[in-house]
Design a protein around this ligand. Structure first.
Ligand SMILES: [Zn+2]
Length: 565
């Protein structure tokens, strides 16, 4: 019995069609002689199955009204993939028991080994209960409505009003969006009590002191420590917070305000109407192709391939699922990008970001085994966030999609967001660490007090007076704390990495892009510091590393303010 010839041959498969392939791999004799052939076959099975599941998901999310496509997607996502994952864990156990590690698989095997080491049968039902609690959070917050002009609306519908040039309108929108969280504070706190208790139990079952320590191993953070994260918080407070405060002072002056209130942060101080760089998804795709081509012809060719092979579905239209993603077709060696673009600047930035993930998929496909291709979030986001910054100088003429002044306005907004993101990331990470290590994280009132204390460290230039309940509500709105605990500092590490790639590009030109492409092609075959090093960057947790990057951002913003006028 041999593997199916293509993902298409698996399109109608059910688990009984797939199980025998895993069975054969589970029973095959394994020694130094047969290991490589066995590994190739397992990798090919995973590639076929993953591409078949991706194709089913793509077909469904592009056309949610078709019950056949929905059925196929559900068959893969709820039946086949979870069963296949169970079987893969058993095969990973066989692999790590082998005396020799195949070349290039060292880091993959280390990740497998860490996951196996912390696996406990007793945690299986706890993880299922955690999933259920997480989906309760999604139901609660997804169903929240705000009253706007007498009509009840889902919260995302109010986003445009948060950016209104009229202060009273954006204040009203801000209060309307936060109000449901304030009203449901008790229920959300109670839900978190349960998440907290179960997560700490998971950690204890696996012989860890707390869920923070457990998470470092579960998330394969082999190359930085909780101490490094604490240094990151301190360095952000010392270097980034003052720079962000200066940016906010410029915003305040430009808006002609005495002080900034929380509803003054989303409005663009240079334009009363949002930027609209394109109308159709086609225009967006070709615009991004021109911009990427101007950065690096080799990467520009990848975007052209995605256009030619119809690997982009960008337009928002009736019947599409919400949101966006970049997925990898592992047999074909191609990425696929899904978006719901409506013509605003954010869509353009999103496509640039997803393009970075897509370039990673193109380049890492040269790695022979499927597990060698996708690194963790710290490296994956380095690929995507670098593209956002590298494309900045091309937003305007001659290749971009905006006038010179609008491009400056767009870049100012992007760089202010980059500065704002680091203190926010530091506060979310510091808060989660406090929750699971302070010993009083089970106490809802103590949690809220800790959030306010931590937030005051990192958000100094915004006047929250009279808004204590609203400021407390901010952490209940941060879905990662509920759904993906500790998944956050990765963005900060990657943002600082991307700023280094950008700095290198300004100094060295094409050499920096060659380094970036080398980094992409390594996939997940090196340690995190080695991957960053290849890209010309380092993991930064200290003030000395942050200083030149923040200086560069501030200098650039100063120049852009002159163009924006
Ligand atoms: Zn991303």
């Amino acid at each position: 019995m041999t593997l199916p010839s293509s993902p298409a041959a698996l399109a109608d498969a059910t688990w009984p069609d797939i199980a025998p392939h895993y069975q054969r791999l589970a029973e095959a004799p394994l020694d130094a002689e047969t290991l490589l052939a066995w590994l190739r076959e397992w990798s090919q099975l995973e590639s076929l199955l993953s591409e078949a599941a991706s194709l089913a998901m793509i077909a469904y999310t592009c056309d949610t009204g078709d019950p056949t496509k929905e059925g196929a997607h559900l068959r893969f996502s709820t039946e086949i993939v979870p069963k296949a994952e169970e079987q893969s864990v058993a095969l990973a156990r066989r692999l790590v028991e082998q005396p020799g590690v195949p070349e290039g698989m060292e880091h993959v095997v280390a990740r497998f080994r860490a996951s196996i080491d912390i696996f406990r049968e007793a945690n299986v039902p706890l993880f299922a209960e955690l999933e259920e609690l997480a989906s309760r959070y999604q139901r609660m917050t997804g169903g929240m409505l705000a009253t706007w002009d007498g009509v009840e609306q889902p919260l995302p519908m109010l986003s445009p009003y948060l950016q209104s040039p009229e202060r009273t309108v954006r204040e009203r929108a801000f209060r309307a969006v936060v109000q449901p969280y304030v009203e449901q504070h008790g229920a959300l706190a109670g839900l978190f009590d349960q998440l907290y208790a179960k997560r700490q139990a998971v950690a204890r079952n696996a012989n860890f002191s707390d869920y923070a320590a457990f998470s470092f191993i579960a998330k394969h953070r082999f190359d930085y420590t909780p101490g490094d994260c604490e240094r990151f918080h301190d360095a952000v407070e010392t270097i980034v917070v003052p720079a962000h405060t200066r940016a906010l002072a410029a915003r305040r002056d430009r808006l002609g305000l005495e002080s900034l209130r929380p509803w003054d942060l989303a409005v663009n101080p240079y334009r009363s109407e949002p930027l609209r760089p394109f109308e159709t998804g086609d225009q967006l795709a070709h615009g991004v192709q021109r911009m990427v081509q101007a950065i690096d012809p080799a990467l520009g060719e990848h975007v052209q391939t995605m256009i030619d092979e119809r690997l982009l579905d960008l337009d928002s239209r009736k019947g599409k699922a919400p949101g966006g993603y970049c997925d990898t077709l592992h047999v074909r060696g191609r990425p696929f990008i899904f978006m719901n673009a409506s013509g605003v600047l954010e869509d353009l930035i999103t496509l640039l970001h997803e393009s970075g993930h897509a370039f990673h998929a193109f380049a890492a496909h040269q790695q022979p085994y499927v597990w060698q291709r996708h690194p963790g979030a710290e490296a994956a986001e380095l690929a995507s966030m670098s593209m956002e910054l590298l494309a900045g100088p091309h937003l305007g003429p001659p290749v971009g999609m905006l006038s010179e002044r609008d491009a400056a306005i767009a870049r100012l907004e992007h760089l202010e967001d980059a500065l704002a993101s680091l203190p926010h990331i530091a506060s979310v990470d510091a808060f989660q660490t406090w929750i699971y290590t302070s010993g009083v994280g089970h106490d809802a009132a103590a949690r809220d007090a800790a959030w306010i204390r931590i937030r005051a460290r990192f958000e100094q230039a915004v006047d929250w007076s009279g808004l204590l309940a609203e400021r407390v509500a901010r952490w209940y709105r941060q879905l990662h704390i509920y759904l993906y605990p500790f998944y956050y500092i990765e963005y900060g590490i990657a943002q600082l990495g991307a700023l280094q790639v950008w700095l290198n590009h300004r100094r060295q030109g094409p050499a920096a892009l060659e380094a970036y492409r080398r980094f992409l092609s390594l996939g997940a075959t090196r340690s995190l510091p080695e991957l960053y090093h290849e890209a010309g960057a380092a993991l930064i947790f200290d003030p000395v590393g942050m200083r030149p990057l923040v200086d560069m951002v501030e200098e650039e913003m100063e120049k852009l303010r002159e163009v924006a006028g």
